[in-house]
Design a binder for this molecule. Structure first.
Ligand SMILES: Nc1ncnc2c1ncn2[C@@H]1O[C@H](COP(=O)(O)OP(=O)(O)OP(=O)(O)O)[C@@H](O)[C@H]1O
Ligand SMILES: CC(=O)N[C@H]1[C@@H]2OC[C@@H](O2)[C@@H](O)[C@@H]1O[C@H](C)C(=O)O
Length: 396
């Protein structure tokens, strides 16, 4: 038997497994690397976050990714070369983390790699009946597996699409396994480039659990700050706080069919980008300062998120909201979210034992744990069918 397959079989049966979860999101700030210890599977899954790092991308790396990121037309040669290059790069960053943590590759059972999303094209966006929901993550996992010398699971979103979903938000599955509670209904909000939330009812009934993207998280705030203020993001909303909200511009931003479509739904910077922003400025025919624009963009993120929560979840005193993702460090955004949901307790994910910055990387590790040792998840297209996510790359 192939020794790697034998090893995989052994790992699946172990009492506990060391899994490294990797996430590189739409903000392109860096690679999130979470070292987790898992035991059990399904609703008996237990996770301990042993170490976490965000390994920042150098400017040159960001520039190479931006050449293809969410672009309708790209240099195909470049895309082809980026795929193995990012796989190797992620591998090197994992090796740096292992060194920092004083761990050897041989101790790690598995890597769960999300890769870098470069295009997300669900049917609701491409509107072409000939083609299915589609999404593309690059950073080839064979290269990553060889670079680190650890079996790697990757490309989780394809199976979700193949099974009838849009390929996101996959947070649904990990959130259900790791953070369900019998004591309270939970709304787990993640504000990355795109914002999303998962609703976990205290009944534990999976048929009532859902997750959806809600619109932009930080993506427009970041893109606008980069273009007009030459900074990667508006730290602590310092610039936005100098401006005031423009009602007309906000209304124009909120005027898109996406916001009235039923949940679950996904989106990305393919829709919410600087072009979208410029169109909204033209539509609202306002003459506002860059500071006003940033202030209004914070309102846009907060309102699209909270409107969707209010529309699709019946909120009561037994509901707590937990924040994760980089946007939870934006004090203005958090203030606005709280204002929109005055009756609901708002906490940070850290309260549930996993740091809000690490959550998404931990989630992919949880998906890998389930693929290896569990009985799978209920398929998005057929509630009677179980499905598993992730492809296997062997280092040898
Ligand atoms: N102190 C802060 N003040 C304001 N914004 C902040 C702060 N810290 C982080 N952010 C925001 O968080 C972003 C990074 O968020 P995160 O790492 O969750 O994104 P991501 O994982 O790339 O996104 P996604 O979940 O959409 O894939 C930054 O680009 C910035 O907009
Ligand atoms: C296609 C893609 O990469 N989508 C990301 C992105 O970032 C946030 C939001 O948009 C979410 O849908 C998803 O990531 C998280 C981890 C998810 O699948 O739950």
């Amino acid at each position: 038997m192939n020794p790697s397959i034998e090893k995989l079989h052994h790992i699946a049966q172990k009492e506990s497994r060391l899994i490294i979860g990797l996430m590189s999101g739409t903000s392109l700030d860096g690679l999130d690397v979470a070292l987790c210890r898992f035991s059990g599977d399904g609703q008996n899954t237990e996770v301990e976050l042993l170490a976490f790092e965000t390994m920042p991308f150098e400017e040159g790396v960001k520039a190479e990714i931006r050449k293809v990121f969410a672009k309708k037309e790209v240099d195909f040669h470049h895309l082809c070369m980026l795929n193995p290059w990012i796989g190797n790069l992620h591998g090197q960053l994992v090796n740096e983390c292992l060194k920092k943590w004083g761990r050897r590759a041989e101790e790690i059972d598995l890597i769960a790699s999300h890769g870098q999303t470069v295009m997300h094209m669900p049917k609701r966006l491409h509107k072409n009946e000939l083609f299915p929901n589609s999404t593309l993550q690059i950073g080839d996992a064979d290269h990553l597996a060889r670079e680190v010398g650890v079996i790697t699971l990757s490309d989780f979103r394809q199976k979700h699409c193949a099974a009838g979903g849009e390929g996101a938000p996959l947070a649904l599955y990990g959130d259900f396994l790791l953070f369900s509670s019998k004591q309270e209904n939970r709304v787990l909000i993640n504000i990355g480039g795109i914002a999303n939330f998962t609703f976990l009812p205290s009944s534990g009934d999976f048929s009532k659990v859902f997750a959806t993207d809600t619109g932009p998280g930080n993506t427009l705030i970041d893109a606008f700050t980069q273009k007009h203020f030459g900074k990667p993001y508006d730290e602590n909303a310092k610039i936005a706080r100098k401006g005031k909200v423009s009602k007309k511009f906000l209304e124009a931003l909120l005027e898109h069919e996406y916001f009235s479509q039923p949940v679950p739904k996904t989106t990305g910077p393919e829709l919410f980008n600087l072009h979208y922003l410029e169109m909204a400025i033209i539509k609202s025919s306002v003459n506002i300062s860059n500071e006003d624009i940033l202030q209004t963009l914070c309102h846009f993120t907060a309102q699209s998120l909270t409107h969707e929560i209010k529309r699709s979840v019946s909120l009561d005193s037994k509901t707590t909201l937990y924040l994760s993702g980089g946007g939870m460090h934006n004090p203005l955004l958090v203030e606005l979210i709280k204002q929109e949901l005055p009756q609901i307790a708002v906490e940070v994910m850290d309260k549930l034992g996993v740091s809000g910055d690490a959550k998404e990387a931990v989630l992919f590790a949880a998906l890998a744990n389930e693929t290896l040792a569990g009985s799978g998840f209920i398929s998005p297209g057929n509630p009677k069918e179980q499905f598993f996510m992730g492809k296997i790359s062997l280092p040898l």
